[in-house]
Design a protein around this ligand. Sequence first.
Ligand SMILES: Cc1cc2nc3c(=O)[nH]c(=O)nc-3n(C[C@H](O)[C@H](O)[C@H](O)COP(=O)(O)OP(=O)(O)OC[C@H]3O[C@@H](n4cnc5c(N)ncnc54)[C@H](O)[C@@H]3O)c2cc1C
Length: 305
Amino acid sequence: MHDVIIIGAGPAGLATAFWCDELGLDTLVLEQAEQIGGQLHRIYNPIENYLGVKARNGEEFLELFAKDVETAEFDLWTQAVITSVDLKAKRVSLASGESLQSISIVIASGVSPRELGVPGEKEFVGKGVIESGARDRQLFAGHDVCVVGGGDAAVENALLLAEVCPTVTLVHRGKKLRARREFTERLQAVHCITVFTESVLTRIIGDETVQAVEIQRKAGIKPFQLAVRGVLIRIGVEPNSQFFREQLETDEKGFIKVSSTQETSVPMVFAAGDVSNPLAPTISSAAGAGATAAKVIAARLSAGR
Ligand SMILES: Cc1cc2nc3c(=O)[nH]c(=O)nc-3n(C[C@H](O)[C@H](O)[C@H](O)COP(=O)(O)OP(=O)(O)OC[C@H]3O[C@@H](n4cnc5c(N)ncnc54)[C@H](O)[C@@H]3O)c2cc1C
């Protein structure tokens, strides 16, 4: 019987575990991936907005977390594939056959990039479907590219690619870009970026690598093809809450609803980080939410013992 089982070892899960350890709780962290760190592995830009810490990218930031994880005494299982969770009973079953029991559970499973679901999107990963403008732009220097999305991440990546690509076409299905003003103002000053609003990318075309995309500018009008060598898709994220959705309250997009103590609608089940925070998904808010959950769990357990 554990005091706490934490699902996910990104910033939220690790911060929760670190605090639980400090508070003397018997803690087990379950991470489905081979490595801890979650989205930190996908940050290729400098991290300059975590108070007191500066890092060149997510990997460097993770090294700082990892040092503390190494010295802490909580249990951490990577490649832990969960097959079922009974939140009310606080029971977690793993593909390896183990059945784990706990007094409390913290869901810190984060988010995953949303997919467009168009032909070519999966086939051309690493062959023209670009994961990150910050990391990959030199590979596409001198080539025309397309970016899909209208939020901060899409516009920021379009601006980065425009530094090295002759043309960047930004395709957004809404009427207006959603990105913050700082980005949209910079966009207007960059002449090689063309913005297609109320438009959708319907297909990625190529042979060995991407050669073109198909874009539909208005419903009912025939799509046209645009020759590009790279496509970057940034259309938001999906909360990793599929496992839990039927057992607790979520919003309409699947983000887990929590109280100010990070507790979900199921008593002694907490959520921390991006999976429960659509408004401010940051490393600092994930770490803060983890600390809150740990403190509340420790107080509840000591009151009951
Ligand atoms: C490109 C990019 C740039 C960013 N830049 C910044 C920045 O400059 N500053 C900043 O503060 N934030 C930044 N962020 C956001 C930041 O990375 C996230 O807010 C933070 O990682 C959220 O932490 P988390 O632990 O909630 O989720 P995640 O980091 O998503 O971690 C969740 C973990 O849970 C695991 N998991 C999921 N489901 C299961 C399951 N069923 N069983 C077991 N494990 C599971 C996942 O494998 C993952 O390891 C950026 C994000 C991206 C993608």
